[in-house]
Write a protein that binds this ligand. Structure first.
Ligand SMILES: Nc1ncnc2c1ncn2[C@@H]1O[C@H](COP(=O)(O)OP(=O)(O)OP(=O)(O)O)[C@@H](O)[C@H]1O
Ligand SMILES: [Mg+2]
Length: 391
């Protein structure tokens, strides 16, 4: 008899059973969702060796999950209590986008909310939420220019002006049409090839909107669920500055939205931007990258750049967010100060179209190329083919 056979017999006789281990794991609740990790699809595998040692692999909902140590020790303690267990090792992995969507769908299960098409599993629309800590750093300018540049590249693009108090997107994009209603769907106007919806289209004149959290949430839900967007390649959400209610609503309504952080090169602005970005860790959203805006003014009389707002903010934010999230957050580009960009915004003609080769126009087009060119939805999705065995 070989040693291995003896071991197997010993396990069969004395070792812990997989059922007992899984029952122990069912007593471990995810610290944030407060449901057993077995129900949340977080147990990747359970391995039991002949000597009674147990290896458990656990999926975290996001990379750099702040709860990783806590989950490891809770799993270890629960499994150690099972009779016959001589040791426990815990290996951590991270859920794919698809697994996270399934988890979110199962958590939403039973509720009769209208569906947001972009949050559905299998949606091929990339959703970017443009965020910043401070106001006035250029979020809306970046949003409309990226949208217009992607549309000019042939992509189907939509923009939601989610800055309900300070809506400025329709003007910057030159969208002066009103939305029309068909049955219970709202048809968004479009301008410069971009479909756009904004609360500004529903209020008479320039009337300010005074709403509290729940109404903001409902407005955003309508924009996402009741507006007929058709098949979009990219949806951009222009968020209000800071880390308020709308950022949380976006995370709830479109959990797969990726955050694009805009900052100026200034140190103080960068620190605030980093805080705005790190909310993504709590809402389990991915940060696609950082855009540094107003980074230098090309001197009109020489070749030098004048660093009006200091330097290095974009890199500072990207490094800080990389540390917080445990992923690599890139600086996607730097946009210089350019009077043509401001004029384009005031006139409703984005600089990427009116002056595509200006320094700001080409910087924005390069960022749009990076974001628009990314494929979405293929990782973690079944291609309906079976790989051939390698061996
Ligand atoms: N790179 C730039 N060069 C010149 N002007 C710029 C640049 N970026 C933004 N601006 C101008 O700065 C002002 C603020 O920009 P914008 O409205 O896009 O910022 P925001 O972050 O959306 O502001 P808010 O927080 O109020 O929503 C606008 O007048 C805009 O035209
Ligand atoms: Mg804005």
């Amino acid at each position: 008899m070989t040693g291995r056979t003896i071991d197997r017999m010993a396990t069969e006789k004395y070792g812990p059973s997989e059922d007992a281990i899984r029952a122990a794991l069912a007593t471990v609740n995810d610290p944030e969702i407060h449901r057993p990790i077995t129900e949340l699809g977080m147990v990747k595998s359970v391995g039991i060796a002949a000597d009674g040692s147990v290896a458990v692999a656990v999926y975290l909902t996001v990379a750099g999950c702040p709860m990783r140590d806590r989950i490891t020790s809770m799993v270890t303690e629960a499994v150690e209590r099972v009779e016959g267990v001589t040791g426990v090792t815990v290996e951590l992995d991270v859920m794919s986008d698809e697994q996270r969507r399934e988890l979110a769908a199962s958590l939403r299960g039973g509720q009769t909310e209208r569906e947001v098409p972009f949050a559905k599993p299998g949606s091929l629309t990339r959703v970017y939420a443009v965020a910043s800590g401070k106001g006035g750093v250029g979020k809306s300018s970046v949003t409309v220019n990226l949208a217009a540049a992607m549309a000019a590249d042939g992509l189907k693009v939509g923009v939601v002006d989610a800055d309900i108090y300070g809506h400025s997107v329709p003007r910057m994009l030159g969208a002066d049409g009103r939305p029309t209603q068909v049955e219970n769907m709202i048809m968004p106007p479009s301008a410069n090839g971009v479909k756009v919806i904004s609360i500004g289209m529903f209020t008479p004149g320039n009337a300010p909107v005074v709403w509290r959290g729940p109404m903001l949430h409902r407005a955003l839900q309508q924009f996402l669920a009741d507006v007929y967007w058709g098949d979009l390649d990219v949806l951009l959400l222009d968020l209000p500055p800071g880390t308020g209610d709308i950022a949380i609503s976006v995370a709830q309504l479109v959990p797969n939205a990726e955050i694009l952080v805009v900052t100026t090169p200034q140190q103080a602005a960068a620190e605030v931007a980093e805080r705005a970005g790190s909310i993504a860790v709590q809402t389990h959203q991915k940060i696609v990258g950082v855009v540094e805006n107003m980074s230098g003014l090309p001197c009109p009389h020489c070749d030098e750049m004048v660093d009006v707002f200091g330097t290095g903010g974009g890199r500072l934010v990207a490094d800080g967010l990389s540390r917080t999230t445990g992923t690599t957050v890139p600086v996607l580009g730097s946009i210089p100060i350019d009077v043509r960009l401001r004029e384009g915004g005031d006139e409703g003609k984005p600089v990427v179209l009116s002056d595509p080769d200006s320094p700001a126009g080409s910087a924005l087009r390069a960022i749009a190329g990076k974001l628009g060119g990314r494929q979405r939805g293929l990782s973690g999705m079944s291609l309906g083919i079976t790989p051939r065995n390698k061996f």
